[in-house]
Design a protein around this ligand. Structure first.
Ligand code: NAD
Ligand code: UDP
Length: 328
């Protein structure tokens, strides 16, 4: 039998590139489509030359064309960090709306299964805690995060419309804060931002008093959840995330400790004002994922942080050496 073909939009991004690796390892042909607005060809450079992998540089808000059979379409294209989507709010709205429409139309034309990468942000600054999939959320449509949150809410709505109206085989994945190798040090999310500051010899900046909470999931756990969700028979949204909740201040202190162990550097913490609409608490209820997928996270934060921080430290050292030798 020929290999299944999986198209991954946003395939050169942090999560998309890990998905390319996983689907190739599972024996799929993988086609990554990305316009590189927040991603990088570096994330998939190791796959160039693999006969089962193809990269198409393309903006998925425009018509998507791929020759031949396609079995799965995973729509992951979208700026994902608050700093990124504040820089490109209109592209963010377009990729969540027009891009989702194009990706759905493409999946329908190919009779493929479709998955949308949605987000815990659709719950906004939640009044229900932890967040179950049945919670409708508390989102400010005209706030700074509105461009991302509302685009993702629209993406879920149009996904359900394609399912109900066209019978498309769809999956809605609600991802909670995920971290790991290949995040960009300058993407502004809490972990890379803390490590980036520490590597530059600056203090880590905690926003507000740091009492807001998040629940961080290591990338390999998320990828396993995605693989299982794609192969499960459900069209309802499913939360995938790690329910281990921590305040941002305690998270910064954990990073401080690991930085000290790995590099010997002492890093300080300074405080900056909390950005508007920054959710006060976030923790996934993963009962549905456990029941439907038999999934739960395996990598604890100490281990995941160590692996990710080691990646950042090595990458920075490599770039520094390259820079030094280029200058000499
Ligand atoms: P990322 O920025 O690393 O990856 C997104 C990729 O999409 C990038 O490579 C970017 O260049 C590409 N892209 C953006 N607009 C595009 C367009 N119009 N056409 C083609 N490509 C385009 O971010 P990520 O963290 O890997 O996030 C991937 C997906 O997962 C996003 O949809 C995001 O909303 C979702 N998500 C991520 C998290 C997380 O914690 N990482 C949490 C919730 C949801
Ligand atoms: N945060 C922080 N310092 C930073 C970056 C982020 O204190 O340098 C905070 C941010 O205000 C939020 C939390 O860390 O409360 C997680 O931020 P991130 O951007 O990683 O994800 P999101 O807010 O989208 O969950």
């Amino acid at each position: 039998m020929s290999k299944p073909t999986t198209v991954i939009t946003g395939g050169a991004g942090f999560l998309g590139s890990h998905l390319c690796d996983r689907f190739l390892a599972e024996g799929h042909r993988v086609i990554a489509i990305d316009n590189l607005i927040t991603g990088s060809a570096d994330n998939i450079a190791h796959l160039f030359g693999n006969p089962n992998f193809k990269f198409i540089q393309h903006d998925v808000t425009e018509f998507i064309y791929v020759e031949g059979e396609v079995h799965n379409v995973l729509h992951f294209a979208s700026p994902a960090s608050p700093i990124d989507y504040l820089k490109v709010p209109i592209q963010t709205l377009k990729v969540g709306s027009l891009g989702s429409h194009k990706a759905l139309g493409f999946a329908r034309a190919k009779k493929a299964r479709f998955m949308i990468a949605s987000t815990s942000e659709i719950y906004g600054d939640p009044h229900e805690h932890p967040q179950k999939e049945t919670y409708w959320g508390n989102v400010n449509p005209i706030g700074l995060r509105g461009c991302y949150d509302e685009a993702k809410r629209f993406a879920e709505a149009i996904t359900m419309a394609y399912h109900r109206h066209h019978g498309l085989d769809t999956r809605i994945l609600r991802i909670f804060n995920t971290y790991g190798e290949r995040m960009r040090l300058d993407d502004g999310r809490a972990l890379p931002s803390f490590v980036g500051s520490a590597l530059r010899g600056e203090d880590m900046t905690v926003f507000g008093d740091g009492s807001q909470t998040r629940s961080f999931c290591y990338v390999s756990d998320l990828v396993e959840g995605i693989w299982r969700l794609l192969h499960a028979n459900t069209h309802e949204p499913v939360n995938i995330g790690n329910p281990s909740e921590i305040t941002i201040l305690d998270f910064a202190k954990e990073v401080q400790k690991i930085m000290k162990e790995l590099t010997g550097k002492e890093v300080g913490i300074t405080y900056k004002p909390l950005p508007a609409d920054d959710p006060k608490q976030r923790r996934p209820d993963i009962t549905r994922a456990k029941e439907l997928l038999g999934w739960e996270p395996k990598v604890d934060r100490a281990e995941g942080l160590r692996r990710t921080i080691e990646f950042f430290v090595k990458k920075t050292a490599l770039h520094t050496n390259e820079f030094d030798s280029a200058r000499s």
